[in-house]
Design a binder for this molecule. Sequence first.
Ligand SMILES: [Zn+2]
Length: 58
Amino acid sequence: MAKILIPHNMVKEIYVCEICNFAYTKKELAEKCEDWCNKNKSCSLEITKKSIGALTQQ
Ligand SMILES: [Zn+2]
């Protein structure tokens, strides 16, 4: 799981599922997502709806 620091923002830290790149403000959610993605090779809507958005990586 990637931990990303965002300076000068209300949200100081976000956690990103490295498989689907959805970002979360809670570590537990990112861990859940990554677990799910690993096992199911797809995303859980129940989890990703709590995401603050997907990151696109260059
Ligand atoms: Zn995921």
